[in-house]
Ligand binder design. Structure first.
Ligand code: SAH
Length: 269
């Protein structure tokens, strides 16, 4: 599928030069920049067929789950970790909040977050980022198709940037209620472009700094691909290092399905 038009792609003008920075070739910095790649048509087509269902929003076929239903569904093998994550986000995020999607990919989480923050006064805001320009285009195209209300779409600001640099995007005076990570590679996309431990760790540190009191960092870690377990180690080590007087760190993991994704939730008291 050809890349969608860019007319609806929101990007900070002041950040544009910054986003074009590449790491120098004679050192080994974290991969803050990745070459542009394209997503497969089938993944996008399947998702575009039912964007609200993909985003975890209510449809006649798929009701919005409460936390209790999602957790009971998870422990009985009927619901996925992503559904638990979305249910927890819904219980934490309020209309008008500022939230961050640190790994936009195809935009499913971005849309779900937009539905949580958008209110009639148009005050919520979703800052979305992805290291792949093609993922940002895919997210933008998905939102364009899924949302009829142009004002609502303007609540999403998308950036092609490494999530370790999220503090360069989110205004300092915006209290952030949620930072969501969906790690690994983009299903239907280029499997060589994956999140990596070093920048994930830097991004978690940045997220912990911009999060407001009462806010949540949500990390879904995929461990079935090479490098996935190393990334889980880094996320767990970060989660364990958080002081207990100001943070609650917890993990939701299938014990007898060793490669099932692991959900880590970090609540700032
Ligand atoms: N939440 C997405 C799926 C994300 S898949 C959805 O709902 O569709 C993981 C994404 O992380 C991929 O799109 C990949 O390009 C992106 N990614 C990899 N490394 C990154 C980095 N350092 N910073 C930001 N995004 C990154």
């Amino acid at each position: 599928m050809p890349p969608p038009p860019h007319s609806h792609l929101f990007r900070s003008q002041t950040l544009t030069p910054l986003l074009r920075l590449r790491p120098s070739s004679n050192s080994s910095p974290p991969p803050l920049w990745r070459p542009r790649r394209h997503l497969s048509a089938c993944a996008s087509a399947a998702r575009l067929a039912d964007p609200l269902a993909a985003a975890g929003s209510a449809t006649p076929q798929q009701p919005v789950l409460g936390v209790e239903e999602a957790v009971v569904g998870f422990v009985t093998g009927k619901r996925k970790a992503t559904e638990v994550a979305h249910a927890v986000w819904r219980s934490v995020v309020q209309k008008g909040d500022t939230v961050v999607d640190a790994t936009c990919g195809n935009g499913n989480d971005t849309l779900a977050l937009l539905k949580m923050v958008a209110d009639e006064r148009r005050q919520g805001c979703v800052y979305g980022m992805d290291i792949q320009e093609s993922a940002i285009e895919s997210t933008s195209s998905f939102l364009q198709m899924a949302i009829n209300d142009g004002h609502e779409r303007e609540l999403v600001k998308l950036f092609s940037i490494c999530h370790s640099r999220m503090e360069e995007i989110v205004p300092k005076d915006s209290p952030v209620r949620l930072v969501a990570f969906n790690l690994g590679y983009l299903p239907g996309g280029d499997k060589t472009v994956i999140t990596v431990p070093r920048t994930t760790e830097l991004a978690l540190q940045a997220a912990s700094r911009i999060l407001s009191s009462g806010g949540l960092i949500s990390v879904l870690v995929y461990i079935g691909h090479p490098g996935g377990r190393d990334e889980l180690d880094v996320v767990e080590s970060f989660a364990s290092s958080l002081p207990i007087d100001t943070w609650v760190s917890c993990k939701l993991q299938m014990v007898n399905r060793p490669i099932a994704p692991v959900l880590i939730l970090l609540n700032k008291k």
